[in-house]
Ligand binder design. Sequence first.
Ligand code: ADP
Length: 447
Amino acid sequence: MIKKVLIANRGEIAVRILRACKDLGIQTVAIHSTADSDAMHVRLADESVCVGPPQPRESYLNIPSVISAACVSGADAIHPGFGFLSENSTFSHMLEEHGLIFIGPKADHIAMMGDKITAKKTFANLGLSTVPGSDGAVTNIQKALKIANEIGYPVLVKAAGGGGGRGMKVAHTEADFAEAYETARREAGVAFGNDSVYLEKYLSNPRHIEFQIMVDKFGNYVHLGERDCSLQRRNQKIWEEALSTVLTDDIRESLGRKVADAAGKLGYLGVGTLEFLYENEKFYFIEMNTRIQVEHPITEMITGVDIVREQILIASGKKLSVTQDEVKFRGHAIECRINAENPETFFPSSGVVSNYHCPGGPGIRVDSALYSGCKVLPYYDSLIAKLIVYANDRNQCLARLQRALNEYVIDGIDTLLPLHLKLASNQDIISGNFDIHFLERFNREAI
Ligand code: ADP
């Protein structure tokens, strides 16, 4: 069993991982930049090591510093959380060379899924349907235009190495295509160091539905049902629900098994998420995330499975704690991402949290690293807290969500709390009538 974990992350996810370690009696080592020395994850860890200056590439992304911190602190494993080094196959390879356990999948699978073209091909070969589009990368404008005309507009130009909602450009007509193609390529080259792009039909009103899976080294695998992450701004999720209101039990059962079987056949190890777009009763696989997801708590609330604990147990060579027959779904859960952003323009906000009051009571879970007086820094991701609400059914869940949002106080910076309050009382959201474009329309109408 793993005895000491270095958590190669910060903010709410570092605190979340730390809690799972403590529950398992595992020692924890936090890493931090010079700007984060007072951060909550540092305060709660058994030990901490400063790994560099504020800029992520000099600290949280600095592989030699992170590995040295693990070696000097005597950690036997590293949990990467999400973002930062979590999907870096070179990093996971290097840990192996240093005799350290990477709490995550095999390096080959990280690399495979990091290239969305390979990921699509892999799962298409394993029997999942994918969004209609180009067969692999498109490398010159003439050929790309021909394929786009065949697919039919609107067409999405997507970066093979894209992530975090970046690296996508829509061409609404043939006249738009050349610009979308060139811009996507150029931006992908700069942002991801890989200018490979591919084409997909741009679906007009899909839901984003994703399945959580877990696989151990004995070849046991389960799915934990789906999450509906359709409420997004700039292709990034801000509100997630489990389960989805649009899936029947039969569809969940059959697709869930298909997805888990595919991961099992692949010889995947650890936890992962297969993402789909769902439109006109059809599912289209878009990508797989080979790490813990931001929105994992809603699945934990409705299944009772601690997914971070499972990650650590799997990496320790243990069996999954549940079989598929033991996975039961109870009630409904919603997560609101509380980003430090202006709720109308989404412009990032930073500063000191002058006053902090966290909601509580039945069904409320808050995953955050905030406290009164803490600094929200401009160098890092704007996600500062997650409000997770659970109830027996969706209506009760929405009522509790409104109650919790009204109680929540984060003074001193802009946050998405006012936007979530509006969404929680919106008639379309209450009746479950939304798709991935809902928030764009909602914001346009609000302005
Ligand atoms: P990322 O890795 O950047 O998160 P994804 O491929 O997971 O990228 O897509 C993120 C979001 O972008 C999806 O949830 C969806 O809202 C939108 N999107 C992606 N592909 C399509 C498509 N073919 N048609 C319409 N929207 C899409």
